[in-house]
Design a protein around this ligand. Structure first.
Ligand SMILES: Cc1cc2nc3c(=O)[nH]c(=O)nc-3n(C[C@H](O)[C@H](O)[C@H](O)COP(=O)(O)OP(=O)(O)OC[C@H]3O[C@@H](n4cnc5c(N)ncnc54)[C@H](O)[C@@H]3O)c2cc1C
Length: 308
């Protein structure tokens, strides 16, 4: 029998770890900072047969008001130290590092390619898993390979070796990475190109200003709630369905960008969920379009998320 690692805490409220500032407690919670701690937590979770959910920066999740009845493995800050990029622009970066922090560092070092990703909150791990993107650049465009641990790895194998998955096997698609399902992302190897720090840094400033002008960044949110439908924009469909600014409890369809649902203060997950359902229904009635959710739901029962 393995002893319970000290890193594992009970009943930790998750709301403050999400960009929505919404969500109840995790039954168990761990935030390992290195491989040894991570392996200890995983081994114990397997022994106890706990359901496990990885959390990165919490910027694309909605956590239920009841919380999560299992172990939340929080990887923001995991292995927070930088390796040096190779002279030809290959760079292995840990999943726990914040995406924006890395994008800035790359620009300062004169490595180009990631500038368009500035302004996307969250970690490298979350960015890779979601294949986050903006301004026609996706994280997956820059990834060469990803190091992972399989969630169902053999417990008798104490010398746990991560697997390196080449980008071609991940199936990077629009906000999806089917080849990474059921895996814990430890790090990714990116390919950047030589660039000019002054040009890259100027690009970062311009992109951040553009985002500030278009997005309700002063309010807690998860960014875009729905994926972009083919040939249209979710925000336009929601606005023309008459829901821009619509309030339900503490949640509101942002008056600035209708694909953002913002927490105006004291919003519950139930408020946001009800608004998601209302939007889907109205857009379907008005435009005949079935919007697909982008935000990841944590701790909800299957029947609660039907119709979202
Ligand atoms: C203001 C705002 C603006 C945004 N703008 C954009 C945008 O322009 N483009 C865009 O694509 N997204 C955007 N987002 C959404 C979000 O920032 C991205 O999806 C981000 O990449 C999520 O990273 P995260 O670390 O916060 O992941 P989380 O929200 O913590 O998790 C998201 C998913 O990734 C999984 N995950 C996280 N880390 C790991 C890991 N190490 N191993 C395995 N699985 C993992 C989680 O289990 C979960 O399924 C925005 C969000 C906000 C709040």
């Amino acid at each position: 029998m393995l002893k319970r690692p000290l890193e594992i805490k009970d009943h930790v409220v998750l709301g403050p770890m999400t960009s929505y500032r919404i969500g109840g407690p995790a039954k168990y919670y761990a935030r390992p900072r290195d491989r040894e701690a991570l392996e200890g937590v995983l081994a114990w979770a397997r022994q106890e047969e706990l359901p496990l959910q990885v959390l990165g920066g919490g910027s694309n999740v909605l956590v239920s008001d009841r919380g999560y009845d299992g172990l939340i493995l929080h990887l923001q800050g995991y292995q927070h130290h930088y390796q040096n990029p190779s002279p030809d622009g290959l760079w292995q970066v840990s999943s726990g590092i914040m995406l924006m922090e890395w994008v800035r560092r790359a620009a300062r070092l004169g490595l180009s390619g990631a500038e368009a990703l500035i302004g996307i909150p969250g970690t490298i791990g979350g960015g890779v898993r979601m294949n986050a993107g903006a301004f026609n650049v996706e994280v997956g465009h820059l990834v060469r390979s990803v190091d992972v641990i399989h969630l169902d790895w053999d417990l008798s194998n104490h010398n746990l070796q991560p697997e390196r998955i080449p980008a071609e096997k991940i199936g990077f698609g629009y906000r999806e990475t089917p080849g990474l399902a059921g895996m814990i992302i430890l790090s990714a190897i990116f390919q950047l190109a030589p660039g000019d720090p002054q040009i890259s840094l100027k690009q970062l400033r311009n992109i951040l200003a553009t985002r500030q002008g278009k997005q309700p960044l002063d309010w807690p949110s998860c960014g875009s709630v729905f994926r972009r439908p083919v040939g249209d924009y979710a925000g336009r469909l929601i606005e023309t369905a008459g829901l821009k600014g619509h309030i339900l409890g503490g949640a509101q369809v942002s008056p600035k960008h209708a694909n953002f649902i913002i927490n105006k203060g004291g919003a519950t997950a139930a408020d946001v969920l009800a608004l998601i359902k209302l939007i889907k229904q109205r857009v379907k009635e008005t435009h005949g379009v079935e919007l697909q959710r982008e935000v990841v739901m944590i701790g909800f029962a299957q029947d609660e998320v039907v119709g979202t």
